[in-house]
Design a protein around this ligand. Sequence first.
Ligand SMILES: O=C(O)CCC(=O)C(=O)O
Length: 247
Amino acid sequence: MDEYRKLIQEAFGESSEDSDDDDHGQQMEGSNISVEAQYVFGENPKWERISEIKGLSLCREFLTSDQQSTLLASILQEGWFSEASHNQAMRFGDLPPWAKELSTGIHEIIEYSDYDPESMETDKQEFIFPSELLKREPLFNQLIVNSYQPGEGICAHVDLMRFEDGIALVSLESSCVMHFSRVHESTNENKIPVYLTPGSLLLISGEARYKWKHEINRKPGFQKWDGLEIHQKKRTSITLRKLCKTE
Ligand SMILES: O=C(O)CCC(=O)C(=O)O
């Protein structure tokens, strides 16, 4: 069995390619075309914490606008979204070069970031991302690219347990509000909004990964920030995760 097929089966079980769980989506052939991007960060990238949710860290200035354009061009070159009905692509195992490059960039920005002096946690990597997860190799081996038209979002979900802790989300093209709600909370109250801007990196680990659901509701009335409804545009997101090891 080739490595790619094995990884899909680990993620979704025996008849995995037709999976209809929360990660349903197009399994598409990727091309090898890549646009190289170098991720170089300043000395002290700025991170925001979402005080209500432990394990959520947001770096708004992760990618410059040039890096965003290069990344988007690499995604377009894959040809995954050439048909209007295709809005999600997944890859397992050996990720395209631009996604590996992005993973390296994420690793580097975590390593180079200073810890928050206000925080009780003195381990800078604990603040942004658990240090033991940063040591794993590879950091990520599963990729989802979502392409959302205005009005399209994603239902509330916790990522499947087949994936390890430590998930990275990169936003491109336009802003949106992602809402977090506690796993056993069924009402619309107590949802915590997080404003994701293009070029931002959201790291989800620990409680944020296991005890909170996340969703993007782009129906009218739900995409509000600072009291104003966001003017919706096309949005692309990149999700990077690591499959759990099987025996
Ligand atoms: O679009 C996003 O930023 C989130 C994507 C997501 O949660 C997923 O693909 O599971």
